[in-house]
Design a protein around this ligand. Structure first.
Ligand SMILES: [Zn+2]
Length: 338
């Protein structure tokens, strides 16, 4: 990345005004060298270390952006691993429509820049693509021809993908790892695959017999799935309706959506409302993918902070810490570890 065109990253705790963030995003989206190495960092300078495994550029911001911004601002090392470049995404910006897979097939390279800009907005400095940028291609939605391409992530050699991730885990040494549930949240093949790779790497990274050439074994302590409680979805649907907005994904009930988990399954609630502007700025950075007038931003305008700035997780490996949050939930991903 060419730092000459970018303002300095925010200090921990500093809030980036949305206008300033927009300027950063525009600059970064055009100035990024996708092959740049991650900035040098020393994991053990950070007492708290969080690793997120996501499928496509934009998933990190939509699902976990407020959490990432909060922990980055609190000086945790936040490491983002993105498994594909999102080459098969739909392009929502008319003047960039030519980038699409069925035209120039240049969307992946463009999205490297969008993701770099989003990370800038989130204050996240350690970002990698699994296996390097473009190692695995976006597989497209389930049962589409893109699933058949040999280079797509859905067809990845799992052993190779897991090895790549174990290398990152042993370098970054996270105590906490976040990925999707076994259905990838909503059934996208790359999300399902990201889950499989993350779980296998979580289990293998601490095993001294596994690939010793990848570094000193490191066993993360907690593994979480990101989740949206049904009640949060339902309140979004209800409040948008009451506000006279167009409906949310065309449904009346959260039960009709292909995502959302029962409230009593949720173990952890991260209140990151103070970092909501960072999340929305990061989402805006993904301008080919997220409509500024679409349901996400309608939500952020209408029901705002609670639906958008509080993110939920389900602990699937490790011990639950103190239930200091609402409904017996943890309010900190690192609860019980410090
Ligand atoms: Zn995705």
């Amino acid at each position: 990345m060419s730092d000459a065109t970018l303002p300095p990253p925010p200090e921990p705790g500093e809030r980036v005004p949305v206008d300033a963030a927009e300027a950063v995003l525009e600059a970064a989206a055009t100035a990024v060298d996708g092959l740049a190495q991650p900035e040098a960092f020393t994991p053990l300078d950070h007492s708290r270390r969080l690793l997120l495994v996501h499928a496509h550029p934009d998933d990190e911001s939509i699902g976990t952006g407020a959490t990432m911004a909060r922990y980055a601002a609190q000086n945790a090392l936040v490491t983002l691993v993105t498994c594909t470049l999102g080459e098969e995404g739909e392009v929502l910006v008319p003047e960039l429509a030519h980038l699409a897979a069925d035209c120039d097939d240049a969307l992946g390279q463009h999205r490297i820049g969008e993701l770099a800009a989003a990370c800038e907005a989130l204050g996240v400095r350690d970002h990698r693509f699994l296996g390097g940028p473009g190692r695995w291609r976006d597989s497209g939605m389930m049962d589409t021809p893109a699933n058949e391409r040999p280079e797509c992530f859905w067809r990845a050699d799992l052993d190779e993908a897991v090895r790549e991730l174990v290398g990152v885990v042993r370098e970054a040494r996270p105590q906490v790892v976040i990925t999707y549930d076994e259905n990838g949240g909503y059934g996208h093949p790359d999300h399902i695959q990201a889950h499989r790779v993350a779980v296998a790497a979580f289990d293998a990274a601490g095993d001294a017999a596994y690939a010793p050439e990848l570094g000193i074994p490191w066993q993360p302590s907690k593994l979480y799935h990101s989740a949206i409680p049904k009640s949060v979805l339902q309140s979004g649907i209800d409040q948008l309706k009451a506000a006279g907005e167009s409906n949310f994904f065309g449904v009346e009930s959260a039960d009709d959506l292909p995502f959302g988990v029962a409230d009593d399954v949720v173990t952890t609630e991260i209140d990151a409302r103070d970092w909501l502007e960072h999340k929305t700025a990061a989402m805006r950075a993904h301008r080919t993918q997220i409509e500024v007038d679409g349901p996400f931003f309608a939500l952020s305008n209408n029901i705002g902070q609670r639906a958008f700035g509080v993110e939920h997780y389900v602990l699937v490996r490790g011990e639950k810490g103190n239930a200091d949050g609402p409904q017996g939930r943890e309010d900190d991903l690192f609860a019980g570890l410090d």
